[in-house]
Design a protein around this ligand. Structure first.
Ligand code: AP5
Length: 217
């Protein structure tokens, strides 16, 4: 696992964050999520946060330049870690090319989680996250024990501003046009695996676990 960089790739709502958390627990990896990094900047009210907030709320991609710098900084900070999991990056072919340069010393494993658009709308409509610890819930599919309250830390659950039906439709369009082409970029190299994400969280996790065990162990 040492030196591995696992890229979890797929449309919004496919379950990348949910599965990344489980892989982190199972294999002791460091989790880098570009969406989480950007949301933290927005919450802090930083210069970067101010630049990206409107773009994210509209469901568009932030610039390659800005996001790639953020990723490079975080990769450097996490250097020496046993293995890393990257969720939400790369999202354009240019980002994938940049990653080849800044992570040249890492063994890349790319896993795509695929899910139907109808299922994605259903999942994102019900998604909530904890305003305290960030744990992900779904009011329909994986509800907390007490309504709108985190089981782990007791803080309030909130909805992401980009999870409205209209913005999700835009995010799916952006995915099809700008992110999906990355699949061909990686598939041509043979380090690319596809998992059916329409199944239960447990079933998807088992498939991911088998791939990671067989390839990166
Ligand atoms: P980001 O936060 O990365 O959003 P995303 O890729 O659209 O993915 P999501 O977080 O919405 O979904 P997920 O696949 O992680 O699903 P989850 O596990 O939460 O990015 C947000 C924005 O930041 C972008 O739009 C862009 O503006 C910007 N950005 C980020 N990275 C960028 C980059 N590299 N370049 C440029 N801009 C960038 O699951 C969803 C829900 O479904 C949850 O409620 C969960 O409980 C439930 N669920 C999960 N799996 C299952 C299952 N198997 N069965 C039933 N329910 C399930």
């Amino acid at each position: 696992m040492e030196g591995s960089l696992i890229i979890i790739f797929g449309p919004p709502g496919a379950g990348k964050g949910t599965q990344a958390e489980r892989l982190v627990e199972r294999f002791g990896l460091v989790h880098l999520s570009t969406g989480d990094m950007l949301r933290a900047e927005v919450a802090r009210g930083s210069e970067i946060g101010r630049q990206v907030q409107q773009v994210m709320e509209a469901g568009e991609l932030v610039s390659d330049e800005l996001i790639s710098k953020l990723v490079a900084d975080n990769l450097t900070r996490a250097n020496g870690a046993r293995g890393m999991i990257l969720d939400g990056y790369p999202r354009t072919v240019d980002q994938a090319r940049y990653l080849d340069v800044v992570a040249a010393d890492r063994n890349l494993l790319v896993i795509a989680i695929e899910a139907d658009e109808q299922e994605i709308q259903r999942r994102l409509g019900g998604r909530r996250f904890c305003s305290g610890c960030g744990k992900i819930y779904n009011v329909r599919l994986a509800p907390p024990a007490a309504p709108e309250t985190c089981d782990a830390c007791g803080a309030d659950l909130v909805q992401r501003s980009d999870d409205s039906e209209e913005v999700v439709a835009e995010r799916l369009k952006v995915y099809r046009e700008q992110t999906r082409p990355i699949a061909d970029f990686y598939a041509a190299r043979g380090n690319y695996y596809v998992v059916d994400g329409n199944r239960s969280v447990e079933e998807v996790f088992s498939a991911l676990e088998r791939i990671v065990e067989s390839v990166a162990a």
